[in-house]
Write a protein that binds this ligand. Structure first.
Ligand code: GDP
Ligand code: MG
Length: 297
């Protein structure tokens, strides 16, 4: 049988369970990559290897996020991205009394090329008798190719989803090698965002002397907020001075811009704290390099 592969966009409002579903689907055989092929807004968050195929999951921020956070252009860019994928997984929660699909989204979906699966997540939290009316109601909103109720947390219904995904994916090459197990987590990506801001905002000599470690990455239980503490490591006091800037202005700009990107990546508010630390000659010390997660050249 021919090998099948394709790109799958996961979309849905914050907190519907996108990350939980991704982690549940990826399970052990996990390759997460942060590469940015072609367009910068195609963010590959995970690759799942299955017998005879490969699922490449994409994070396409911006479609369902709260109004005001993102401008129309960004929404359009995100829509364009999901227009190019092979499958869209739209996640919703099954709770009564809320509009499960934001106004206007159904209209936008209609214009898309790829098939859309509606994933009704968190069914462990509702009376199963409420499910059928919900499915019927959603079916009138849009011609979803599949409507799949599941619980990402309890890992119920995942096998069916995987089977349906495999069915719709086209024949294609393995985009990523099987042995790629880089284990880049959201935590890692957060560090990369800070490094990217440093590259953009500071003079040339600083970035190459920089490493970023994320000391703490804590999701608050009581509200949608992630508290992140990170350290920027540099080699010399002069570099620390540049990074901090006049009156702390540079560090503030770095942190502010990084936080905005993180919120987009994570789909939630972020409280970010960043420190700068001088560690003499870290870039020449292979033990230190490993600690910071870089390969030795
Ligand atoms: P995201 O913002 O869409 O990525 O949502 P998360 O994956 O971070 O999940 C948000 C919250 O919903 C977390 O507290 C999860 O544990 C919870 N959650 C996700 N899926 C399920 C589910 O199937 N059942 C239940 N009860 N909780 C879930
Ligand atoms: Mg998430």
């Amino acid at each position: 049988m021919a090998y099948k592969s394709g790109f799958i966009a996961l979309i849905g409002a914050p907190n519907v369970g996108k990350s939980t579903l991704m982690n549940a689907l990826l399970g052990q055989k996990l390759s997460i990559v942060s590469s940015r092929p072609q367009t910068t807004r195609n963010r590959i968050v995970g690759v799942k290897h299955v017998p005879g195929g490969q699922f490449v999951f994409l994070d396409t921020p911006g479609i369902l996020e709260p109004k005001g956070l993102l401008n129309q252009a960004l929404v359009q860019a995100a829509l364009k991205t999901i227009g190019d994928v092979n499958l869209v997984l739209l996640l919703i929660e099954p709770f009564a009394g809320q509009a499960p699909i934001p106004e206007g989204l159904a209209q936008k979906l209609i214009r898309l090329k790829p098939p859309v699966f509606l994933i009704i997540n968190k069914i462990d939290l509702i009376d199963k008798r409420d499910l059928l009316p919900l499915i019927n109601r959603m079916a009138t909103l849009f011609s979803f190719q599949e409507i799949i109720p599941l619980s990402a947390l309890k890992k119920e219904g995942l096998a069916i989803l995987e089977q349906k995904i495999f069915e719709v994916l086209p024949e294609g090459p393995p985009y990523f090698p099987e042995e790629m197990v880089t284990d880049l987590s959201e935590r890692f990506l957060v560090g990369e965002i800070i490094r990217e801001k440093i590259f953009r905002l500071t003079s040339r000599e600083v970035p190459y002397a920089v490493a970023v470690t994320v000391e703490s990455f804590k999701e608050r239980e009581d509200k949608p907020l992630i508290h992140i503490q990170a350290t920027i490591h540099v080699e010399r006091d002069s570099q620390k001075g540049i990074l901090i800037g006049k009156g702390g202005g540079m560090l503030k700009t770095i942190a502010q811009q990084a936080r905005q990107d993180m919120e987009r990546l994570l789909g939630t508010k972020v409280f970010l704290e960043v420190w700068v630390r001088v560690e003499k000659n870290w870039s020449r010390d292979s033990r230190q390099i490993r600690r910071f997660g870089y390969e030795e050249a």
